[in-house]
Design a protein around this ligand. Sequence first.
Ligand SMILES: C[S@@+](CC[C@H](N)C(=O)[O-])C[C@H]1O[C@@H](n2cnc3c(N)ncnc32)[C@H](O)[C@@H]1O
Length: 284
Amino acid sequence: MEQTLRQAAARLRDAGVVSARVDAELLLAHAAGTNRAELQRLALLGRRVPDSVLVAYGPLVDERARRVPLQHLTGTVSFAGLELAVGPGVFVPRPETELLVTLGVEALRGADAPVVVDLCTGCGAVALALKARVPGAEVLAVELSEHALAWAGENVARSGLEVGLRQGDARTAGDDLLGTVDLVTCNPPYIPLGAVPVDPEVRDHDPELALYGGSADGLAIPRAVAARAAVLLRPGGVLLMEHAEVQREALTRALRSAGVWREVADHDDLTGRPRVARAVRAGG
Ligand SMILES: C[S@@+](CC[C@H](N)C(=O)[O-])C[C@H]1O[C@@H](n2cnc3c(N)ncnc32)[C@H](O)[C@@H]1O
């Protein structure tokens, strides 16, 4: 087994996969129908890989070497303690986005039956993680892409968590909720137009709609979504919006100058990079 893993990891490393050994292990675990910890235990015991597993493993390594995202091959991603279904047509949630969940739970502390709206929900990651942590919340998730929404539907069904799903534009959604929402979360598309991602997994497999923010600074869609959030939130309600590291100043400046927010602040992710803007709806 160790030799199989070494060969696969070397192949993936040659193809430019940074986490080559981890990916080799995760794909073998997937092919064997087990988890990585159990696979590592069997490797330590010197077990050989059954032929039936090798037959399934080879094509998976081939695909990964062609830079198909690991999560498209395993069909799942771990996010904030949930196992979510992902694949072609939906953005794969990133670990740094868990900061939206952490800050969202903080914002909801002590609230009684709060109303939460997750705009640009993709596979439903943030909405589902918030519902799992704050079961008393009423959580609604909005997504424009029907393909992404289908994955979100699958995740709602699998998790058994009661999250409402709506297909709609985050810039105009929620006419029935105006001024009633306690928390809006959003990880919008924010890559500047023309700034094509280097990693093939992102460039060739994440949907364009999930990536590009609609302007040279990448903030046209985030600004428009923040304006909608201001209309949805009650006075005192909280907006949490993810952004790229380099957008901290521009986004917080836009929020401050909009005239509808107070306590505009920004939070770093676990790697110390500026990641989430937080603002409280003024008025009331
Ligand atoms: C960066 S992805 C984030 C997905 C998910 N929140 C996550 O963190 O994994 C952005 C998502 O916004 C969706 N989207 C883009 N423009 C939108 C719009 N105007 N209204 C609603 N959703 C939109 C994309 O389809 C994509 O699913």
